[in-house]
Design a binder for this molecule. Structure first.
Ligand SMILES: [Zn+2]
Length: 148
């Protein structure tokens, strides 16, 4: 993401917090900045990124609380991973992922037509006793080349 893009999204984030009646704290700002860089990350990864930047003091617990709070306010989405970690996604628009099962990384697949086709097909189905809330499409895959 470009620097100006990050600045614009940070400004959006600050006004979003204010609208929600939340204070723009150094910790919340640091969490969001790290999330914009990482895209998809667990609390551990976000904490590591913030500490690497070295501007703000955080603990994994405080980062986890902020991520969970922001997800409950729909600023982030939850993502399942197969290494039993809760991942958060900074992109809260409809999209699908390719999940790298070796490196545990989520990659976005920007294919609106494919998403729409799958959505139309699945949402037209009825699941007895359930009402569908949404889809979380994740393609599991492993890299075909070994890392050097
Ligand atoms: Zn995503």
């Amino acid at each position: 993401m470009e620097k100006t893009d990050i600045e614009r999204r940070m400004a959006e984030f600050r006004s979003r917090l204010k609208k929600l009646g939340l204070k723009v704290t150094a910790q919340r700002t640091a969490v969001h900045e790290a999330m914009l860089k990482l895209g998809h990350a667990s609390a551990d990864m976000v904490t590591e990124e913030i500490l690497r930047e070295g501007k703000t003091k955080v603990t994994v617990a405080s980062v986890y609380n902020i991520l969970t709070q922001l997800a409950s306010l729909d600023l982030y989405q939850h993502r399942m991973s197969s290494n039993n970690k809760m991942y958060f996604d900074v992109n809260n628009r409809k999209h699908m992922h390719l999940y790298d099962t070796v490196n545990h990384v989520h990659m976005e697949i920007s294919d609106d037509i494919l998403y729409k086709n799958i959505e139309d097909m699945l949402l037209s189905k009825r699941f007895k006793g359930f009402k569908v809330d949404g889809l979380d499409i994740q393609i599991l895959a492993h890299p075909t080349r070994r890392k050097r």
